[in-house]
Ligand binder design. Sequence first.
Ligand code: DCT
Ligand code: MG
Length: 399
Amino acid sequence: TWFTESMEAGKPVTVEDRHRIGVSANPVHVKSMPQTMGTVSQYACQRRTTLKNYNNIFTDAFEILSQNYEFIESEGPCLAFMRATSVLKSLPHAIHSLQDLEGLPFLGDQTKDVIEDILECGHSSKVQHVLSDDRYKAFKLFTSVFGVGLKTAEKWYRRGFRSLEEVKADSSIHFTKMQKAGFLYYDDISRAVSRDEASAIGQIVEDTVHLLVPDALVVVTGGFRRGKEFGHDVDFLITTPETEKGEGILHNVINELKHQGILLYYDIVDATFDKTKLPSKRFEAMDHFEKCFAIIKLNKKLVKCDGQEESAGGKDWKAIRVDLVVPPVDNFAFALLGWSGSRQFERDLRRYAHYEKKMILDNHGLYDKTKKTFLSAKTENDIFAHLGLDFIEPWERNA
Ligand code: DCT
Ligand code: MG
């Protein structure tokens, strides 16, 4: 591993080295494997994963396989490949041989076979097989439409559809409002959102919010907070220091965007927050904050470095997917941590809290089952401290 290599090279192992690989000076006890010096933690929240990925050829393959397992509802292997992907992304070096995998968590026989294949012939036959599979191709295509999840993809696949044209042409299908927008703006929203486009959207959202509540806080979360150059949407948290001032803020922001004529689609989900309820153990469960899934019409003139790519129909705007989430100020730190992702980082934060700390973490709060009490937090730092974890910067959460 890189660790023994650097030791053989006689280089002292620095604190920075430890931080890069996510090994603290006092590694926590992990039940399922020995925690020796240089061991990569089984939890993404104890690793530092930047966007620099030395193992793309393997993780790209793993991601295709894990998505295929998701499509065929094979949960165990899906999770196994997601976890292995995440471990490889955290490594500060490329894998060159099977020996390099020794001691790494979640790199079992299944994943080793794929790596061996790629090391030997440059590609994985298993991946090639999936890429040419009818079901995989159809699911990949159908779920690329905004508002289409696994259930709908399954339905369309079973009815024999294989292309979006076939789906659109069938007059017996009832589309949701979301799916109608998904088809209408498909060319734009299936294309990645750039960082400059995200900034332009951020300016619009911020200006609009501040017009209504000057001291409201508007923070970009999701992939762009983690430093990504591209994303599939732009995620924002909006909160007001005093709860009363925030009353109706989301509805007012939406009305204002409508008034500006740039709101192409929106779906407001009202808050269903109930303080008496314990945090949910299920990660995939949606949080209870008031939120809005929207599509905003972004004038290309507002984008600093507009790409050379011609937009569909030569229009001077691009439709952008935007999520606005409005947590109460007391939950802000938890909402920020939850919405910053990555999804794997969040899953492992919760798994770590549960198994190592007997705590339940979600987007609303942190509950200590031993003390039978909620632990409050003003900042993300507070939450990491409650969990006994070293702070991981947002750009190190690309697990
Ligand atoms: N999230 C959450 N609960 C949900 C959905 C998402 O807590 N029901 C979190 C996990 C990641 C974060 O919000 C943002 O979600 P995405 O926009 O889907 O992910 P992303 O990392 O921003 O990826 P992309 O760059 O593709 O937008
Ligand atoms: Mg996002």
